[in-house]
Design a protein around this ligand. Sequence first.
Ligand code: ATP
Length: 569
Amino acid sequence: MSERLVELAKRRGFFFPASSAYGGTAGFYTYGPQGAALKRNLLESWREQFLTKEGHMEIDAPTVMPESVFEASGHLDTFDDMIVECPACEASHRADHLVEDATDIADAEGMSMSAVEETIAEHDIRCPDCGESLAGVEVSAFNLMFGTNIGPGSSSPGYLRPETAQGIFVEFSQLKEYARNQLPFGVGQIGRAYRNEISPRRSIVRVREFTQAELEHFIDPETDEPPLSRVEEVAVPLYSASAQAGDGETETMTIGAAAETGVVDDWIAYYLGVAAEWYERVGVDMDRFRYRQHQPEELSHYSSDCWDAEVEVDGNWIELTGFSYRGSYDLSKHDEYADEEFTLFRQYDEPITVERPTVDPDMSVLGPEYGSEAAAIAEELQRLATGNPDAFEGDTVTVSVDGEDRSIPVDVTGFAVEEVTESGEHITPHVVEPSFGIDRLIYTVLEHAYREDEVDGEPRTALGLRPGVAPTTVGVFPLMAKDGLADRAQEIVRRLRSEGYTVSYDDSGAIGRRYRRQDEIGTPYCVTVDYESLEDDTVTVRERDSTAQERVAVDELHTHLRSRMTNRQ
Ligand code: ATP
């Protein structure tokens, strides 16, 4: 099936390998006219569902970012996949994928490199390209980021972003101003991400340059709750970590029940509900869809709950989207590494009075006694007063400077406990992140829409795309290109285009062939102008899936199409 779909995708202008005139480069694809339009429609729909309806902001950050960003985010050290190189043909392979393909292990990504090495030897896994045994060959870590130099020379290294999320996190101090310093608020971004995948595969499912649509929802973990009532009735198939560990199965539950019973974190549950509604609307077959929870060994150390939206395509389950509760990890890391603060001021309902231990060291004593160390001693005294005020109860207090203990008389420290009124505190917001990959969604929507059937005794290939995302919404054909039929059809084309339809005009070949061409790109309606049209100003409207035809007055065409498309979305 995948070959037939990929062939259709190229022939009809959905997607095809890029730069093939120069031999092509694995992992890069160009979207043709139909694919670009389908992608645009999906992104518009995502924007509406996850940003506009939720009241979230959208930003558009650069795709190249300096190295320091990825030092802080951890990508430089840990954004690795496992690589094994064939000693005979030198082809590189993703070692965990070889293990998954050759054994019953469903997710080898969470295994250690030595365990993967052992499994390769144990099962005598061979190079998929030349058949050489990979037993005993070293498995190593390969960083997936594409590096570059910013400006001439190599003094300013940069990277193509491996996810759009960092472009949001690094601008937090600016973004919180736009949100008037009030939590919760969400910021989304749609854009390209780059990963130097070891072995790109399954056409646009695993590529080296792809489009993500990510949302970072910043929340106060103590006070903010998701609007669960909006999606509590939505039923979703959940494949929990415990079901995966035993031989449990996917269980369909409402979002309300999943949150209430604690199967899913509340915030994640909210977005699983919002996303399930959306997936169905854009044409994912919900009978081949599930939410799979990460197993403990898959979970990043900072993530407390993570679920992937998975779909079955070509007989395999693939990840479409990750939903992760990331806690304060991202903002804390940038707070630690960057010059700005990545916190937000949480105002108390009522100001509170707190006791605050302080010191006011007598530098006229410390200075002569400790010379250049005096300032460091004063700093240590303040730290000690905040962390352990009881230490000031005796006659002397001990602080350590450069590994040396210094005993300071308490009356020189100016220690006191002051009462202060505080109106709030600085907190690091938590982050809830739904992270969508759009290329995999495009593949899924096409694969789930692909059908081969028979019409009038002839085989036909069609894409049952939802009208809301179909790249072309109406095909218009004159029965013949003469006798004024073409002119009348062109008038209808102009009219429909001005009414917002994406129209394809086709006057070549037999009418049946023209229908087939539109069926193959998933056009939901075709309008045919014939001799009768010239007499009574009616046309034939043919629906793609049923191939049923109706006679409709040209003046009512817009109302007719609109009502049918709205019903079928
Ligand atoms: P995988 O395990 O399949 O490599 P991932 O868990 O690394 O994916 P995330 O980092 O969670 O993926 O990225 C979010 C989304 O971006 C994924 O769910 C997927 O849809 C998309 N994505 C990630 N890598 C690729 C890729 N190489 N090609 C196409 N889409 C991708």
